[in-house]
Design a protein around this ligand. Structure first.
Ligand SMILES: NC(=O)c1ccc[n+]([C@@H]2O[C@H](COP(=O)([O-])OP(=O)(O)OC[C@H]3O[C@@H](n4cnc5c(N)ncnc54)[C@H](OP(=O)(O)O)[C@@H]3O)[C@@H](O)[C@H]2O)c1
Length: 280
């Protein structure tokens, strides 16, 4: 009963989610639809969102590297609802490999998805949020928005960029009634691990890196074996969406909280040593 009353009191929000076909995006979309919000669920693999469609989600194909897809979905939302309350920039992936060895085209694609895709989504939605004088933008950052570790450097570079742009944006749009939130999980069980390991296998490394790469791979698998599920991160995103004054940053897993604190209090050399020791 209490839930129904809360539901009735809560205003339906119009929400756009990228990367809703799996992991955090899928779970967040599911909860929001069940909660009665109007949710535009987007990704490249639309067939993976059938369950969201059955629940009442609006399913659209959207590749974040395709400006036309973005324009079309935003135009559809505005013509159907005249507003966008929430943009959840969740789509992304991690390309693994050494700084020296990743082909430039692979690095560029990593930035196309994790950074420039978000740039396009922001530029398409902000004019509407500014006009309506309200909105919440949630950017899916990461623990590696604060720290960078071997063979995750190019991925970490995209999440560091996302942190920098989110902080500037937060100040630029606060007077327009727009909130900007960063979500920072550490390792979490989703499809992320598989995609990351596949990307690592596709890279040709010089034999000098061989031992380090094999240690990295074993360590990465071990971390993900022990990693938590998406629940705490999903809860943080829902809390940011439901709050009129969300926090600027939600660190959603223990490793995220510990690593970013450690990085602030120990020297770079001590941090490097600790990371390299763990990878031996
Ligand atoms: N899991 C972790 O350990 C972890 C930790 C920190 C941060 N993150 C971040 O969390 C976000 C979501 O990842 P996840 O863990 O939920 O992994 P996931 O299960 O692999 O989900 C990734 C989502 O991104 C979408 N995506 C990838 N490339 C896309 C593109 N070009 N256009 C549109 N959508 C695209 C995928 O959909 P399609 O393939 O269907 O397009 C999928 O829905 C990412 O930004 C990731 O960097 C994950």
């Amino acid at each position: 009963m209490k839930t129904n009353k809360t539901k009735a009191n809560k205003k339906k929000k119009v929400i756009l989610i990228t990367g809703a076909s799996s992991g955090f995006g899928f779970d967040v979309a599911k909860e929001l639809i069940k909660d009665g919000h109007i949710v535009y669920c987007t990704a490249r693999r639309t067939q993976m969102m059938d369950e969201l469609k059955e629940l009442g989600g609006h399913i659209h194909k959207l590749d974040v590297t395709d400006e036309k897809d973005i324009q079309l979905v935003v135009k559809t939302i505005i013509s159907e609802h005249k507003k966008i309350d929430v943009l959840f920039n969740n789509a992304g992936f991690g390309t693994m490999g050494s700084i020296e060895s990743l082909p430039i085209d692979t690095i560029k694609y990593q930035f196309e998805v994790n950074v420039f895709g978000i740039a396009n989504l922001l530029q398409a939605t902000l004019p509407h949020m500014r006009k309506q004088k309200s909105g919440t933008i949630i950017n899916m950052s990461s623990l590696v928005g604060h720290v960078s570790t071997p063979f995750m450097g190019w991925y970490a570079a995209t999440k560091h960029s996302l942190k920098a742009l989110s902080e500037a944006l937060r100040m630029e749009v606060s007077s327009f009634g727009i909130n900007v939130v960063m979500i920072e999980p550490g390792a979490v069980k989703t499809e992320f691990e598989d995609v990351a390991l596949k990307s690592l296998e596709a890279v040709k490394h010089h034999k000098d890196y061989k031992k380090m790469i094999s240690n990295f791979k074993a360590n990465f698998k071990e971390i993900y074996k022990k990693a938590p599920g998406p629940e705490s991160t999903v809860k943080a995103v829902l809390s940011a969406i439901n709050s009129s004054h969300p926090k600027t940053t939600y660190k959603t897993t223990l490793d995220s909280k510990l690593f970013s604190t450690a990085k602030r209090f120990i020297s770079d050399k001590a941090f490097d040593k600790a990371v390299l020791r763990q990878m031996k």
